[in-house]
Write a protein that binds this ligand. Structure first.
Ligand code: FES
Length: 171
């Protein structure tokens, strides 16, 4: 397969990947950034995405899967429009991380790795997201929210629901 002629990615992203793999002394060093860009465009790491990334780098698909499975921000199934990642690692756990997770779970009606029926939110429990000093912390797509209590949860969800409603109004 020629990635240029049968790519699962847009021409713009395919060109970006062509440039990216040439930037590193070892092509496989481009793997994680490629997976992040691919996920941003496609929504998740589908079999087709993994196959093409493997081919572009010149490694096998199992290597791609094994690296991707290490990173909590990479996913193999579609997520909601807003993916809520609740840290329950040590600092956050000691400061109520599980209470935060439970409140999100209750409000959204889904558990770990669940997606709401409207597809707006998904929820997952994750390892440290690097915001330990402000625990407990969560990440929604690329936004951080920290120093949380369960009382903050409805407001956070309302903030993102409003974004969806505003977008629908503009459409
Ligand atoms: S332990 Fe939660 S951000 Fe580090």
């Amino acid at each position: 397969m020629s990635p240029e002629t049968m790519s699962v990615f847009s021409p713009k992203l395919a060109a970006r990947f062509d440039a990216l793999v040439e930037k590193y002394p070892l092509r496989r060093s481009a793997l994680v950034p490629m997976l992040l860009y691919a996920q941003d465009e496609v929504g998740y790491l589908s079999d087709a995405v993994i196959a093409e990334v493997a081919e572009r780098i010149g490694i096998n698909e199992n290597d791609v899967r094994s690296v991707a499975s290490y990173y909590s921000m990479l996913r193999f199934k579609p997520a909601g429009k807003f993916n809520v990642q609740v840290c329950t690692n040590i600092s956050c756990m000691l400061r109520g991380g599980y209470d935060i997770f439970d409140k999100f779970s209750e409000e959204l009606g889904v558990g770990h790795k669940g997606v709401t029926t409207d597809g707006v939110f998904s929820l997952e429990e994750v390892e440290c997201i690097g915001a330990c000093c402000w625990a407990p912390a969560i990440q929604v797509n690329y936004d951080f929210h920290d120093d949380l209590t369960p009382e903050n949860v409805p407001g956070i969800l309302a903030h993102y629901r409003k974004q969806v409603q505003d977008k629908e109004k503009d459409a």
